[in-house]
Every structure is written in structure tokens, then in C-alpha cells.
Design a protein around this ligand. Structure first.
Ligand SMILES: Cc1cc2nc3c(=O)[nH]c(=O)nc-3n(C[C@H](O)[C@H](O)[C@H](O)COP(=O)(O)O)c2cc1C
Length: 342
């Protein structure tokens, strides 16, 4: 990224602005390689890490989970946990590692996460969440935020969501992302929990009226930049996009700097982005990494464009082969042209 101004660590006002559009935390997807790619496409959007659990950091000493590239800013660390003291320690480690924001996961319904009493089950314990937020805020200067659902199981979102928000606001949380559907803690897989419970954007919009000073981002089912802009126009402060940003990064992030942030775009074409990844890939391979660890996040770069299938095929078939290197990316780009003329 040497031809661009080096992104720098951000203050709270910059973060609030960046949160107008964010890429969701996604386990196994939004790792550092994915975030590097996304940052090449949008210099302004806020990026989230995968969830890192506080016990892994504090009890397990797994500090490598905090590794990230300096180019990723503005970047938020998402933590999972429910012990205020442990989360405070983890938040401090996150701040020391350089993250711009610490986010608490109150939305993830997976079994593993439930057994540790964190994630979406915390929607049932707003007082504990408030204690966690307060404990983290007491030890870090960077903003502490929350990502939640509208409710879980048989909770009435109309009742529990305002109560939940009031508690975290009182504890000092000034920014929240609401995944606009319930989570069912029994009976649905994590994947089903991202699709089956119905979306209720209207409820989230009403929360903005109830909490005008709280920065509220909406999340869930947004699959185009036009849709994100319409939600921003409706009065919400931010839109967080997960799966669509991962599967069609160019469609979601390519025009974001211009259309969402009123800034000049950094990337001109998906081809240019692919070429800009090459020095990063070289460094990754030199330090002992494997090509597919980076290129698996690049498969959707040409989604919906002529030659996209050739691009995916060449990368997915070749990237795990022993000795695979940057020439495979050149070959995949070449095959796109073949696909265009076929
Ligand atoms: C593969 C995958 C992993 C996810 N991991 C997390 C996670 O670690 N933390 C979290 O808060 N949400 C996680 N989510 C949920 C997303 O952050 C987001 O809330 C959800 O996908 C809905 O947004 P979307 O419809 O824009 O994808 C994950 C989603 C996916 C698809």
C-alpha cells in the first residue's frame, strides 16, 4: 500500500464516522488477510476482527490472536466473554495491541459460545452486560461497543431491547450494532440463526428515536450498497454488512468510500486490487504462510463479473498445491480474460 497515505490509528469521532459502514465480525472469515483485502478496497469502512474469547487471551495467553496488519485501521477487536474482570484484562490487551475499538459479542448463538455464557445468551442478562461494559471502559481509552440481537428465544424484543440498550448506555456504551433478528438458542444452528428468525428493521429504527444520542448500526440481510445507503437515509447512524461484503467485496466496498463517505475511491478495479495483493502475498509466503490462506478470501473479488468462475476455479484448485505462489494469481487474472472472450 505504499502508494497511499498510511492509515493511522483513529480517535472516537473518526471511529463514529467510519462506523457508517462496517464489515461484520465473522469467525474464520474476517481474519487479518481478509481485512487487508477489504482495506485495499475501502480505506474508510470500519473493519471487525473475528471474535476472540477473553479466556483464550487471559487464561490461555493466546496473544497471537491479536496479530493484525498496521494497514487495517480503523479496526475493531471483537471479544467474547461474560466475566467483567476477565473482559477488562482482555480489552486492555486489545488496546495495547493497537485496536481502535473493543466490541463485546452479545449476538452469537453457537453452542460453544453458549456453554461459556457469552454471545447471544447475554441478551438475557443485561445487568451483567452492563457490568462487562463498565469494567472494560474503566481500563481502556478506546471506545467500548456492543453487538447484539433484538432478543433471544421467547423474549419480546419490544420490551427487552430498549431495556438492554438503556442498561448498556448507562454503563457508558455510546455505540451499538444491532443484528435485527432474534436468535433461537435451542433448535437452530448458528447458520440457521442468521437466516430463519425474521428481520425487524423497523424495531431498530425505532430504537434510534428512543436513544437519539446512541450511535446505532443496523445489521442483518443487507446485500447491496444501495440498501445500506437507504438505511442510512432512514436515520440510522451505521450499517454493518457481513456475508455480502465477504462474498462480493467489490460490489459492497468498491464504491463505499465515494458513496458513503464522500471521499475519493482508493481502488479502481478488482483487477487492480488483485495485483495490489501480490506484495502482501509475497510477504506472507516468505514468512512461512500458505497461498490459500490469503487467496481463499479473494475468491469473490470478481463476483457477478464476466470470468468470475474462471477466477474462482483457478484459485481454488491451485492455491493449496505445494509450492503455489503469486504466479497463480496472474494465471487466474489471465483466465478471467479468457472467460470474457469465451
Ligand atoms: C461465517 C460467519 C461467522 C460469524 N462470526 C461471528 C462472530 O465471530 N461474531 C459475531 O458477532 N457475529 C458473527 N457472525 C454474524 C455476523 O457478524 C452478522 O451478524 C450476520 O452474518 C448477519 O449479517 P449479514 O446478513 O450482513 O451477513 C458470523 C457470520 C458468519 C456468516
Amino acid at each position: 500500500m505504499s502508494d497511499r497515505a498510511e492509515p493511522v490509528k483513529q480517535g472516537a469521532a473518526d471511529l463514529r464516522r467510519a462506523a457508517r459502514l462496517s464489515v461484520a465480525p465473522m469467525m474464520d472469515w474476517t481474519d487479518r488477510h481478509c481485512r487487508y483485502l477489504h482495506r485495499l478496497i475501502s480505506q474508510r469502512a470500519l473493519l471487525y476482527t473475528e471474535m476472540v474469547t477473553a479466556p483464550a487471551l487471559v487464561r490461555g495467553g493466546a496473544l497471537h490472536l491479536l496479530d493484525h496488519n498496521p494497514e487495517e485501521h480503523p479496526v475493531a477487536l471483537q471479544l467474547g466473554g461474560s466475566d467483567p474482570a476477565e473482559l477488562a484484562m482482555a480489552a486492555r490487551l486489545g488496546q495495547q495491541a493497537g485496536y481502535d475499538e473493543i466490541n463485546l459479542n452479545c449476538g452469537c448463538p453457537s453452542d460453544r459460545v453458549q456453554s461459556g455464557t457469552f454471545g447471544a445468551v447475554l441478551m438475557k442478562h443485561p445487568g451483567l452486560v452492563a457490568d462487562c461494559v463498565a469494567a472494560m471502559r474503566a481500563v481502556v481509552d478506546v471506545e467500548v461497543t456492543v453487538k447484539c440481537r433484538i432478543g433471544v428465544d421467547d423474549q419480546d424484543p419490544e420490551e427487552v431491547l430498549p431495556e438492554f440498550l438503556a442498561r448498556i448506555v448507562a454503563a457508558g456504551c455510546e455505540r451499538v450494532t444491532i443484528h435485527a433478528r432474534k436468535a433461537w438458542l435451542q433448535g437452530l444452528s448458528p447458520k440457521e440463526n442468521r437466516d430463519i428468525p425474521p428481520l425487524d428493521y423497523y424495531l431498530v429504527q425505532r430504537m434510534k428515536q428512543l436513544f437519539p444520542n446512541l450511535h446505532i448500526s443496523i445489521n442483518g440481510g443487507v446485500d447491496s450498497l444501495d440498501q445500506a445507503l437507504a438505511l442510512l437515509d432512514s436515520g440510522l447512524d451505521g450499517v454493518m454488512i457481513g456475508r455480502a461484503a465477504y462474498h462480493q467485496p467489490w460490489d459492497i466496498l468498491g464504491a463505499a468510500d465515494h458513496r458513503v463517505f464522500g471521499a475519493a475511491p482508493v481502488a479502481t478495479t478488482p483487477q487492480a486490487v488483485a495485483l495490489q495483493m501480490l506484495p502482501y502475498i509475497e510477504r506472507h509466503l516468505t514468512s512461512g504462510g500458505k497461498l490459500h490462506q490469503v487467496t481463499r478470501h479473494m475468491l469473490g473479488l470478481f463476483a457477478g463479473r464476466p470470468g468470475a468462475r474462471n477466477w474462482r476455479r483457478v484459485l481454488s484448485e491451485g492455491a493449496s498445491r505445494p509450492g503455489a505462489g503469486p504466479e497463480l494469481v496472474h494465471e487466474a487474472l489471465h483466465q478471467i480474460e479468457q472467460g470474457q472472450t469465451a
